[in-house]
Design a binder for this molecule. Structure first.
Ligand SMILES: Nc1nc2c(ncn2[C@@H]2O[C@H](COP(=O)(O)OP(=O)(O)OP(=O)(O)O)[C@@H](O)[C@H]2O)c(=O)[nH]1
Ligand SMILES: [Mg+2]
Length: 381
């Protein structure tokens, strides 16, 4: 494959230019933002442009075509998730509209204790339909009561229902660790802090992690992470381009896993999202989306949809300490079936993290916030 650099105003323009000049098989390999003088007489007036590296295949078909088709398959899967989410969003919006007018009795046919748990879950922010489903599945028909009641004690019954309806993969990731884990998500949700916490946990579990950051945009971002990683005596690299990313990955060839931090992107900033995509497509990565637990349910779906341009492997819910209504975590995990990797519960590195497990999820619904503080259940060495 030949490469060439072109200067354009936007990725859209680059794609159009490529199609015109080289046909359908040329691809964008990387891009970076460059500043150029607008007028030579006024050197202060600079304009922001994109320098795009394009790849032009030597011949049709072969390896290039195969890789391209595999990528298309992944994105078709994502399109399916997106259309499911569009339906979910419509349902949630309709429920919001109907909430005031209809007060359908969601607790009908439930025992008193099942009704109490249902109310508690709804109070904590779980949607009525989701809460009813989860409680119902924790119950069996009690002939004496003539109602649905928990099959066993409250905790194991509800936990069983969660196991059937929500995917939790925290502990699995520690047993069967992916080689490259990337955290993506909106700005300020806690990606960098979570990378530092996870690095510590993986090290404590006997793994040999390394950390790469792709975030050299924000002032201080590199130093913030470097400081944590140095304390843990782990290797750390910064990569500004996809080529540097591949080089940094090579240099960390002897590590068990590599955690990759990325710059926060607004879900509305397509240009920056596309730029990130070029980095992440250059290696075999497992991508985790970080969502702040205090976002509204609809905003969470919006973020998942926009970040759906990446093959999302799982979710991280951050800032659980900042909400008393963690029901959205349940709503989103139940409806999307995306696996939950971990929860973060405060600013302190490395302590404020809980590797996702069903016990914690159950406690999140049944216990008071202060009781949860001792409920962490993270893997030991
Ligand atoms: N309360 C609370 N604050 C958190 C948590 N995780 C991170 N923070 C704080 O949130 C702020 C942003 O954290 P970062 O880790 O820099 O977030 P980020 O997603 O890397 O931010 P960008 O790289 O700018 O997109 C910091 O003040 C963190 O201390 C958490 O679980 N709870
Ligand atoms: Mg960051």
């Amino acid at each position: 494959m030949k490469t060439e650099k072109i200067i354009v105003n936007s990725l859209q323009e680059a794609v159009e230019e490529l199609k015109r000049t080289y046909g359908d098989n040329a691809v964008v390999l990387s891009s970076r933002i460059v500043k150029r003088k607008r007028w030579s007489l006024f050197p202060f007036f600079k304009t922001t442009l994109l320098e795009v590296t394009v790849g032009i295949p030597d011949s049709e078909g072969g390896e290039f075509q195969r890789e391209f088709e595999e990528k298309i398959k992944v994105y078709e899967e994502l399109e399916k998730l997106k259309s499911t989410l569009s339906e979910v969003i419509k349902t949630v919006q309709t429920q919001d509209e109907e909430r005031e007018t209809s007060r359908g009795n969601v607790s009908e046919g439930l025992s008193m204790r099942a009704q109490r748990v249902l109310s508690r879950m709804i109070y904590r922010g779980v949607r009525k339909d989701v809460a009813r489903r989860l409680v119902e599945e924790a119950c069996g028909y009690d002939i004496e009561l003539g109602k649905l009641d928990f099959k066993e004690d409250l905790y194991p019954s509800l936990m069983e229902s969660f196991k059937r309806n929500i995917v939790v993969e925290g502990e699995k990731v520690f047993q069967n660790t992916p080689r490259i884990m990337v955290l993506i998500g909106p700005t300020g949700v806690g990606k960098t802090t979570t990378i530092a916490k996870l690095s510590y946990l993986f090290k404590r579990a006997g793994k040999r992690p390394g950390v790469i950051t792709l975030d050299s945009y924000r002032v201080g971002a590199v130093e913030q992470l470097r400081a944590f990683i140095n304390i843990m005596e782990l290797p750390f690299r910064v990569a500004d381009t996809p080529e540097e990313f591949i080089k940094a990955l090579d240099e960390m060839g002897n590590r068990d896993l590599i955690l990759v931090d990325t710059a926060g992107r607004s879900q509305h900033d397509r240009l920056r999202l596309n730029e990130l995509k070029l980095f992440l497509e250059s290696a075999e990565t497992q991508i985790y989306l970080t969502l702040s637990a205090n976002l509204s349910e609809l905003v969470m779906y919006e973020v998942i949809m926009q970040f759906g341009m990446f093959p999302i492997k799982g979710l991280i819910f951050s800032k659980l300490d900042e909400t008393s209504y963690p029901g959205n975590v349940i709503n989103v995990a139940y409806r999307t079936k995306l696996p939950i990797l971990c929860f973060t519960t405060g600013q302190t590195v490395p302590d404020d993290i809980v590797i996702a497990n069903y016990e914690y999820l159950t406690k999140l619904m049944l216990e008071e916030k202060h009781e949860l503080e001792s409920a962490g259940n993270s893997p030991e060495a």
